[in-house]
Design a protein around this ligand. Structure first.
Ligand code: A2P
Length: 272
């Protein structure tokens, strides 16, 4: 469908706005009453870098609501995946959480973002710090072969309130380790460190606390954050970003951007 889509049954009679792809939902999986993912067709002409986000909407109005969503699939994948929170009365997610295979989802054509290799200097170890749906861009990055070429060790950190909210990450890491393209590298180089804060599990605590106490590094058997060797990508709520960014800066890491690569990069997990 992509660029040729027009106002029809697939868009409930609404026109597809200019500069927008209209794609078909392929599958939907609900993880908890707050979290779900969906996969959809990828327009042939759509190119993006692993870790970027796009604006997503639904064909349910003349001027549909769009929200930023990290692409949770790697740049080589034929389909696109998104991982979403369900916000009660959220202008987009209240409808998006109801999509079914065959439904149409709108996507603006231009991907953007800073959680990309271009914004990071090379190093030995890549930390990906995430909370909640902030894991989505890292679902893309950990399936990109470049990640394993650039970093000897790739550490995915995910903190959620409850154990059920970690399922997406556990499934993702298992699928990545079994993947024909990056499975061998991921099995050897990827470490998954998942914690909860409100439900008792084997591993608990906010990532900020675990860094400050040194427990994270002791558990991983690595030295503390070091700008000479370590790089970081951060994605979560505004408060989490602020706090983890301060920790990275305190350790001497310098923030990077697409125009000036650095030692860590930050992106907000957008929908709230
Ligand atoms: P907590 O349960 O202690 O608030 P949310 O669902 O609110 O986005 O939170 C997702 C996870 O992020 C929760 O485990 C939450 O811990 C944690 N979190 C929230 N704020 C911060 C922060 N400033 N630094 C680190 N972790 C945080």
């Amino acid at each position: 469908m992509s660029e040729t889509a027009t106002a029809d049954a697939a868009t409930d009679g609404f026109p597809v706005p200019k500069g927008v792809f209209a794609e078909k939902v392929l599958s939907v999986q609900h993880y908890t009453d707050r979290l779900f993912r969906f996969r959809m067709t990828r327009p042939q002409s759509f190119r993006f870098r692993s870790g970027e986000f796009v604006m997503i909407g639904l064909p349910n109005a003349e001027r549909p609501v769009f929200r930023a969503y990290s692409i949770a699939s790697p740049a080589w994948d034929e389909e696109l995946e998104f991982y979403s929170i369900k916000v009660p009365d959220g202008p987009l997610t209240e409808h998006l959480q109801k999509v079914q295979p065959g439904d149409t989802v709108l996507m603006r054509k231009k991907p953007v973002g800073t959680l990309v290799h271009d914004a990071l200097l090379g190093g030995e170890r890549l930390y990906m710090f995430s909370t909640g749906t902030g894991i989505a861009p890292f679902a893309s990055v950990i399936r990109d072969p470049e990640t394993y070429e650039r970093f000897a060790q790739v550490i995915l950190i995910h903190t959620c309130r409850e154990a059920g909210e970690l399922t997406y990450g556990h499934d993702l890491v298992a699928a990545t380790r079994a993947d024909p393209l990056v499975g061998e590298e991921a099995s050897a180089q990827l470490v998954h460190y998942a914690t909860t804060t409100r439900e008792t599990t084997d591993r608990m605590g906010r990532i900020t606390t675990l860094i400050e106490s040194g427990k994270l590094f002791a558990d991983l058997g690595v030295p503390p954050l070091d700008p000479a060797t370590d790089r970081a990508m951060i994605c979560g709520s505004m408060d989490m970003l602020k706090d983890v960014k301060a920790i990275c800066e305190g350790a001497g890491l310098v923030e990077g951007s697409n125009s000036q690569p650095g030692q860590f990069v930050v992106e907000r997990a957008f929908v709230d």
